[in-house]
Structure formats: C-alpha cells, structure tokens
Ligand binder design. Structure first.
Ligand SMILES: C[S@@+](CC[C@H](N)C(=O)[O-])C[C@H]1O[C@@H](n2cnc3c(N)ncnc32)[C@H](O)[C@@H]1O
Length: 286
C-alpha cells in the first residue's frame, strides 16, 4: 500500500470513529512511523510501505480510532515550540495554556531586579515551568504537583530541555508542599477547573486519558481558585502577581472569589477565539 492510500483509508476510518481532523491525525502518525517531517509525505505519496511500517501504522490508527490521544501515541506534545513528553499520568498540554505561559514570560521579563522567583502550581508535565525556565533563565523556578508520577515526567522534561538544575520540584498538596519561607514574584497556575459532574461528558480523549486530578475542580470547578485566593497572597512578594488559566464562562465567578479574598483583578485576557481564559491578579494593598 502507498503512503497516499494509507492516508486516505486511515482518515476515512478515523472519520467514522468520530475523530476530529482525521487526515491530519493520520499524517502525523504516519510521519512518526516513517520518521520524516509530515510535509515530506506529500513528496512521497507513491512510496510503498514495508510490511512492518504498515503494521505499525495500522496499530496506531486502530488505537487512535479507540480515542487514545494522538499525543499519547506519539509520546509527546508541542508546547510553545518545545517538545514535552507526555503519558497517562499528566495532562496533555493545551494550546490555550500557551497564552498563560506567554503572559507569565512577559511579566517575568519586565522585572528589573533579578533573580526573580516563580511558582508553577500544578505543574503536570512541567510544560509551563520548563518554558519559563528556558525563556527566562534568571528566574528561580519552583513547581509543585500532588502526583509523584507527574513530578517524574516533569523532571524528565526539564532534563530534556537542559533546565533540571534551574527548577525545584516539590511533591505534595499545594502550598503545603513548599519549604517554609519561600515567596514568589509570580504564581502561575493552570489548575483543575472542570466541574466534577461534567467530566463524564467530555471527549473520550480527555475523559478517559487525562488524569482525573488534573481535571476535577470540585462540584462547581472552582475549588482551586478558592484555595489560591485564600492561601496565595502570603506566598507572594510585595509586588507579586498570580496568573491563572480558567474555563470558558468562569471569569465572573473567579473575579468574585478573588475580590472577596481582597485581591485586585488587574487584567483578564481572551484566547484566540475571544473567550476570557487567563487572569492576572494581585493582593489589595492596605
Ligand atoms: C490542569 S493540570 C495542569 C498541568 C500543567 N500545568 C499544564 O498546564 O498542562 C493540573 C495539575 O494540578 C495537579 N494537582 C491537582 N491537585 C493538586 C494539589 N492539591 N496540589 C498540587 N497539584 C495538584 C494535577 O496533578 C495536575 O498535574
């Protein structure tokens, strides 16, 4: 079978299974198997696959048809231009989180008294901490997660990008996992924010493969925002900020929570489709 035939047949199979962008998915899987850039496939449509190449791609397409996420099959995701290894223990980094990381980077680069310190709260694969550490080398980065498996993946990713020595990883439950006396210029978080009852309604790739503690934000999805609002201020330096990603439609409630806990919401940023998804806040000065 040729490259073009594999693409066409597999894309039709994935479309029937309800997979989004089926042709792109097949091309990425096939490019992975043949170890070529995806666009190279277009120059080689008539190339015949060997028996073992065909077997590998069939197996991957079958698993993708069973809604295993593409990134799990490839073993990595691209985040802000960096390759981040992923597995079933960490959330697959999302494009909307790149917006959070970019705002965090911009904020850290405006601080004029290095070294600055930042905390990635709920680091998962480590994607945010690693991008910030790569792009803002003078920042002392800390990252916390409650999942030991996630911390392992994050450490592996940090080593892959040469920043293992610049990020301190802490295992445990939120701020309680940090050594006493640490304070930050920036706390950045993409916390779990899906209301518990909604998790079963999500796409199978998310519902069945992202770890539940990475998704579940409690009954209304806002548990972590309440925690960050009540505990965050005492971990910030005087001019410190928190930057938070949140779900579509949660902006108003989170604003209320923060204001109730004496925060000033300075900015709410929209994603590329115009939906508010990131906010910047600081404790009210008395
Ligand atoms: C939505 S994921 C974000 C992962 C990564 N920062 C990203 O943006 O792709 C949230 C992360 O918070 C972690 N988490 C959940 N509860 C936590 C807690 N109580 N303390 C620390 N981390 C927690 C989860 O294990 C998960 O890795």
């Amino acid at each position: 079978m040729t490259v073009l035939e594999v693409i066409q047949r597999s894309a039709a199979f994935l479309a029937k299974k309800g997979v989004d962008a089926p042709r792109l998915q097949v091309e990425l899987l096939l490019a992975g198997v043949l170890q070529v850039p995806r666009l190279k496939l277009y120059l080689d449509f008539e190339r015949k696959l060997t028996g073992s190449e065909l077997e590998s791609v069939r197996e991957l397409v079958k698993r993708r048809g069973n809604r295993v996420p593409l990134q799990h099959l490839l073993g990595s995701a691209c985040f802000c231009g960096l390759e981040i290894k992923v597995n079933g223990h960490v959330l697959v980094p999302r494009p909307e989180t790149e917006l959070l990381a970019e705002h965090a980077r911009q904020f850290l680069s405006t601080l004029n008294a290095p070294p600055s310190t930042a905390l990635d709260f709920g680091t998962g694969s480590g994607c945010i901490a690693i991008v910030l550490s790569v792009r803002c080398p003078s920042t002392r980065m800390h990252a916390v997660d409650i999942s030991p498996e996630a911390i392992n993946v994050a450490c592996e990713n940090a080593a892959l990008h040469g920043v293992a020595g610049r990020i301190q990883f802490h295992l445990g439950d939120g701020f309680a996992a940090l050594p006493q006396g640490l304070s930050f210029d920036l706390i950045v978080a993409n916390p779990p924010y899906i209301p518990s009852a909604e998790i079963d309604t999500l796409a199978p790739e998310v519902r069945d493969y992202d770890p539940r503690p990475a998704l579940d934000g409690g009954a209304d999805g806002l548990d972590f925002f309440r925690r960050l609002a009540s505990e965050g201020a005492r971990h910030l330096r005087p001019a410190g900020r928190v930057m938070l990603e949140f779900g579509d439609g949660q902006a108003e409630q989170i604003d209320e929570i923060l204001v109730r806990h004496k925060w000033v919401v300075e900015k709410v940023e929209a994603d590329y489709s115009g939906r508010p998804r990131v906010l910047v806040a600081r404790p009210k000065r008395v």
